[in-house]
Write a protein that binds this ligand. Structure first.
Ligand code: ATP
Ligand code: ZN
Length: 218
């Protein structure tokens, strides 16, 4: 196996919440490729594309740097990365939202009441921007995982975290009071690749296939 310069490269999540739906999408549009767990990349047998399997946190960076031409990743990570990539197409799976949540017993109902407080999150850039745009002065604490336990630990008065069903919030006696961002799995593209006629033509063939199977949101 080797990467082919005539092929486009697509980065997808190696092992996580988006992996199965992403693989299913690629197979549903007729792409044939091997996917062994230990493998870093695979070639499509019937389409000029190679697929790289990576951590989702690295996908926006790889696309921005041109390591790959396309990526499939949660919009939440694209916004947080602040990388210059093209948001090409929503895929209508991986739906979740980044929400502001507080302990149910706190009585806090509006984000203004968090003024002067600590807010824990794994999304510091997005969170800082959200509160700054609303002129609410908070102290953003960056935590890499299990953000929802930080209020109980006394680390923060509120959190900004990804929510899909809300069960994790309920489990930790938290309630959502505001939405920072609505997210789903999206296709992102490298700007130079989209401006390259050879690559852009292959990318368009792929997107046309995606459009044929994606049922629009709403
Ligand atoms: P990786 O090992 O690739 O870094 P991860 O653990 O950071 O994976 P996952 O938990 O697999 O990430 O989530 C991948 C994406 O799934 C999220 O970035 C988000 O877009 C989406 N997602 C959908 N629902 C949820 C949810 N309830 N919690 C977290 N992410 C969700
Ligand atoms: Zn990740």
């Amino acid at each position: 196996l080797r990467l082919n310069d005539d092929h486009i490269k697509l980065a997808i999540q190696k092992d996580g919440r988006l992996t199965e739906d992403t693989r299913n999408l690629l197979r549903t549009v007729g792409l044939h490729f091997e996917s062994y767990k230990q493998r870093l990349f695979s070639n499509c047998r019937n389409f000029p594309m190679d697929i790289l399997y990576v951590r989702d946190d690295d996908i926006a960076e790889y696309v921005a740097e041109g390591v790959v031409d396309l990526g499939i990743v949660g919009r939440n990570l694209v916004v947080e990365s602040e990388k210059p990539v093209e948001e090409i197409m929503p895929l209508n799976y991986g739906h979740c939202s980044l929400k502001v949540a507080v302990p149910a017993e706190s009585g806090i109902e509006r984000i203004e009441q968090l003024s002067g407080c600590k807010v824990a999150t794994s999304y510091p850039a997005t969170t800082t921007r959200f509160f700054a745009e609303r002129n609410v002065d908070v102290n953003v604490i960056t935590i890499s995982g299990s953000v929802e336990i930080t209020p109980a630990l006394g680390v923060a008065s509120g959190i900004v975290d990804l929510v899909s069903t809300g069960s994790s919030l309920r489990l930790n006696d938290l309630v959502a009071i505001d939405t920072v961002l609505a997210s789903q799995s999206i296709v992102i593209g490298n700007r130079d690749a989209l401006a390259n006629s050879h690559k852009a033509a292959i990318i368009e063939r792929l997107l046309t296939r995606f459009r044929g199977v994606i049922t629009a949101s709403e």
